[in-house]
Design a protein around this ligand. Structure first.
Ligand code: ZN
Length: 612
């Protein structure tokens, strides 16, 4: 998933009654019984905002004494549960739903003393399911048809499928999805690109995936191919712009394969979601879910595609065993993303993107409680949505950048390629990775890095002394302009900003001095019209600077921006700033108008931020 540049620290929870010692965020007990294959038969009801039908689990029993199957559920209404007997007939069995926890949901214990191979749970989701967003036609680009999409990571899959909801297991799945006849369903599986719309769709995902990668989207979707292997699903209104913006996707795959070995998933398509999608992207296998806020018209934000594609190796192929090891997914992915960007767009741009990450980590780490600044984190009793931020993404990326520097690019590339190949379709813990790196790099190439340094990076707090100091020659020039302008050696109209890229503009805005005055903000806006920019990143960076100065001329644009976009990385910090800098009334007014258009995950977080 891509959310970076803000730390989401609002979903603290009390105690959990999760029992699995291996994954504190799941009730599943994997050493008793696990699901090998899942079959879903679900009907999509836009009126009721529900999915209803059944989930059939094909089980593998690991303990001959086990008598029950424990699944994670959240807000599900269970109708009945059947198991298949030896004679292939189906029989009812009893079950028990435990107490409901707002984050972890309910433990579903199904009594199965005969250890059957198949069990079917008939159920219906809640309109408030945290893993689903139901959009009215007005909330879509086309305004005529409703839209549904899922977001299962980290532990929201259980709100639409009763399942062992832990990244520590893998399963294959098939699904039959019934929708209104004029809509198309797509899943993280083998989509039929131009299948006739008939409201009845079949899917198959033959490669074993962790449950958080099961995904569905339903809407007035059209498809356009970008190459034999890649294409885009989107509403008609967004399709052409998306195809133009992401036309380098095939080149990205080719470059990634050269670096890290074959792409394991067959097709790679993108699903462009409406702007309320709470994240930048989600790496659902074969079909990344993408925010339309990166369609900037100039490919300036396509590192998001490189990021989601990179997950095809780090995350989807080699998966963090629990959410405490999130950095193994996101830090690796951020590093691989940057390598893909370098291969496709050249070193200057990649260096700028890495320098922005480095700045972001160094700035944001000051506001993160020290105990939350290690790569391996303690997530016991905490909402794993809390863990996504500068540490797993940015510090993780800087660690891999450091390894590359110490061992040399050639050696480190071979190491990573072997790592992905050795552990493909498996899970990984920080402990296991530390052992692997010890034998594959530290022992083989003595004198480059000590065991102490390795442990400091993975388990230590803050940034190690060895953290690479990343600079970009392009940013050095931008900084000169800022310095001259602040020292009044040049006027606003004399700032040499010709041919600056989006990255240089971002650096410029983010590095304007703390002493910035309202008058200076007005001068800059008069010259550059930042307030009305159509680039979502630049707008965000700009509003982040203007809110503390109460630059009220930007309020109309700010409100429009926050109402239109549901991406949490943008809106959560803006609400926080409004709240913090004396504009709580404005924050509440915008939120009242926008709340229902936001994803349940965003609503939940913002309710806490604004304490309503
Ligand atoms: Zn990611």
């Amino acid at each position: 998933m891509r959310i970076i540049f803000t730390l989401i620290t609002f979903l603290m929870v009390g105690t959990s009654n999760a029992t699995n010692s291996r994954d504190p965020h799941s009730f599943a007990v994997l050493d008793q019984v696990s699901t090998q294959h899942l079959y879903l038969d679900l009907s999509v009801d836009f009126q009721k905002k529900t999915l209803a039908g059944f989930a059939e689990h094909r089980l593998v029993w690991h303990n001959p004494k086990a008598q029950s199957l424990i699944l994670d559920t959240k807000q599900l209404s269970i109708k009945k549960i059947l198991y298949q007997g030896q004679n292939k007939s189906w029989y009812r069995t009893t079950y028990h739903l435990g107490a409901s926890d707002p984050v972890f949901g309910q433990k579903l214990t199904i009594s199965l003393p005969k250890q059957p191979e198949r069990v079917r749970i008939y159920y219906q989701t809640s309109p408030e399911a945290t893993g689903l967003q139901w959009l009215t036609p007005a909330q879509t680009a086309g305004k005529k048809y409703p839209f549904l999409f899922s977001q299962s990571q980290a532990i929201h899959g259980r709100s639409w499928i009763p399942i062992q909801d832990t990244p520590g297991m893998r399963l294959t799945y098939t699904a039959r999805i019934h929708t209104p006849a004029d809509l198309r369903a797509v899943m993280s599986a083998d989509n039929t690109q131009n299948a006739e719309k008939d409201g009845d769709y079949m899917f198959h995902m033959p490669q074993p995936i962790p449950p958080y990668l099961i995904a569905i989207g339903v809407g007035n979707l059209h498809f356009k191919a970008m190459s034999q292997q890649t294409g885009i699903y989107a509403e008609k209104e967004t399709l052409a712009a998306a195809v133009a913006e992401f036309s380098d996707t095939q080149i990205m795959i080719d470059e990634a394969e050269t670096l890290y070995g074959p792409y394991a998933w067959g097709r790679y398509d993108l699903l462009i979601l409406p702007p309320s999608f709470p994240f930048g992207g989600m790496e659902n296998p074969r079909l990344s879910f993408i925010t339309p806020t990166v369609i900037a018209g100039d490919k300036s934000l396509v590192n998001l595609i490189a990021h989601e594609l990179a997950h095809s190796w780090s995350g989807n192929l080699v998966t963090n065993a629990t959410w405490a090891d999130l950095w193994l997914n996101e830090g690796f992915t951020s590093y691989v993303e940057n390598r893909i960007m370098e291969a496709v767009f050249g070193p200057a741009r990649a260096q700028m993107e890495l320098a922005l990450v480095s700045d972001w980590v160094r700035k944001s780490i000051q506001d993160i409680p020290l105990e939350k600044t290690s790569l391996k984190v303690n997530t016991q009793n905490k909402d794993p949505d809390d863990s996504f931020g500068a540490i797993p993404y940015g510090k993780g990326q800087l660690f891999l950048t450091y390894l590359e520097q110490q061992f040399g690019r050639k050696t480190f590339d071979i190491f990573l390629k072997n790592y992905f190949q050795t552990y493909q379709f498996q899970t990984m813990t920080s402990e296991h990775f530390t052992q692997y790196i010890q034998t594959q790099l530290l022992d083989k190439y003595p004198g480059r890095m000590t065991e102490k340094e390795l442990h400091e990076w993975v388990y230590g707090q803050g940034l190690p002394e060895t953290t690479p100091d990343v600079t970009s020659p392009a940013f050095t020039k931008v900084q000169e302009q800022i310095d001259h302008w602040v020292a009044q050696k040049i006027t606003t109209s004399q700032i040499k900003s010709n041919h600056w890229s989006v990255h240089e503009w971002l650096y410029f805005i983010e590095n304007l001095p703390e002493t910035l005055t309202l008058e200076q903000v007005k001068q800059l806006d008069n010259r550059y019209q930042f307030t009305t920019t159509q680039n979502a990143e630049i707008a965000w960076a700009w509003f982040s600077r203007t809110i503390p100065l109460q630059y009220t001329q930007a309020n109309t644009s700010l409100a429009t921006y926050m109402q239109r976009i549901g991406r949490m990385r943008f809106i959560v910090p803006l609400y926080k700033l409004l709240n913090q800098y004396g504009q709580r009334e404005l924050a509440l007014e915008i939120y009242r108008k926008s709340r229902l258009g936001y994803h349940p995950i965003a609503q939940h977080g913002l309710d806490r931020v604004l304490k309503i």
